[in-house]
Design a protein around this ligand. Structure first.
Ligand SMILES: Nc1nc2c(c(=O)[nH]1)N[C@H]1C(S)=C(S)[C@@H](COP(=O)(O)O)O[C@H]1N2
Ligand SMILES: [Mo]
Length: 199
C-alpha cells in the first residue's frame, strides 16, 4: 500500500490551486466587519474621488451604473487566513473612475459609510487591479458584504477592499487607515505574507 495524502486522492496535482502562504481554502463567504452594517439608501448614495488639491469628482448611483461595467472573477485572501477562489463580481473599474482625474498624488485612502478607512498606493488602484463592485455572483451585493457597493482590490489582503465604500481621497503622503493604524501591514501583499507591520 502506497502513501496517499487524503487531500489529493483522485485529483491530479495540477488541479490544486496555488494559494498564498499561510492561507486555507474556504467555500463559504465569511463576513468580517469591524462595526455594524450601515444602511445606505441608493437615492442618497454617492461615490467621491477627492484629489490632493481638493477637487472632487462625484457619482450618484445612477451615474455609476451608467458607466462601463466589468465582471472580474478573482481570488480573495483575508488576513485571517481564509482564501476564496474564483469569486465573480460586477462593477466599475477604478481606471474608468480615475479617467480625467488630474492628480500628482501617490497614495489613496478609501473611506466608507460607517467610518472605515484603508490606504494603498494609487498605482494599486490602476491598470485593471481595482473596482467599485455592486454585484456578487449575479446578485446585488448583500449589505453584510459591503452593499450597495464596495471596493474590490483582490491582489491585496481583503481588508483593503473597503465595504460600503463612499470615496477615495488621493493624498501626497501615505495615510494609514483603520487596520493599518492598528498594526496591520501598510501594503498587505498576500503572496509576500505582509500581514503585520514588520512582515
Ligand atoms: N467598511 C469596512 N470594510 C471592510 C471591513 C470592515 O470592517 N469595514 N473589513 C475588511 C476585512 S478585514 C475583510 S477580510 C473584508 C471582509 O469582507 P466580507 O465581510 O465581505 O468577507 O472586508 C474588509 N472591508
Ligand atoms: Mo480581513
Amino acid at each position: 500500500m502506497g502513501i496517499v495524502s487524503p487531500g489529493f486522492q483522485g485529483r491530479p496535482r495540477t488541479a490544486e490551486p496555488a494559494l498564498p502562504p499561510g492561507q486555507y481554502l474556504t467555500e463559504d463567504f465569511p463576513v468580517l466587519s469591524a462595526g455594524p452594517t450601515p444602511r445606505v439608501p441608493l437615492d442618497t448614495w454617492e461615490f467621491v474621488i477627492a484629489t490632493e488639491t481638493g477637487t472632487e469628482f462625484r457619482w450618484t448611483w445612477d451615474e455609476l451604473m451608467a458607466l462601463p461595467q466589468e465582471t472580474p472573477t478573482v481570488d480573495i485572501h483575508c488576513v485571517t487566513h481564509w482564501s476564496k477562489l474564483g469569486t465573480s463580481w460586477r462593477g466599475v473599474s477604478l481606471d474608468t473612475l480615475l479617467e480625467g482625474v488630474d492628480t500628482a498624488a501617490d497614495y489613496a485612502q478609501a473611506h466608507s459609510y460607517g467610518g472605515y478607512t484603508t490606504n494603498l498606493p494609487l498605482d494599486d488602484l490602476r491598470d485593471g487591479q481595482a473596482w467599485v463592485v455592486h454585484t456578487y455572483d449575479g446578485e446585488p451585493l448583500p449589505g453584510e458584504h459591503g452593499g450597495p457597493a464596495r471596493l474590490l482590490v483582490p491582489h491585496l489582503y481583503f481588508w483593503k477592499s473597503a465595504k460600503w465604500v463612499r470615496g477615495v481621497r488621493l493624498t501626497v503622503e501615505d495615510e494609514p487607515g483603520f487596520w493599518e493604524t492598528a498594526g496591520y501591514h501598510d501594503y498587505g501583499d498576500p503572496w509576500r505574507e505582509q500581514r503585520y507591520q514588520g512582515d
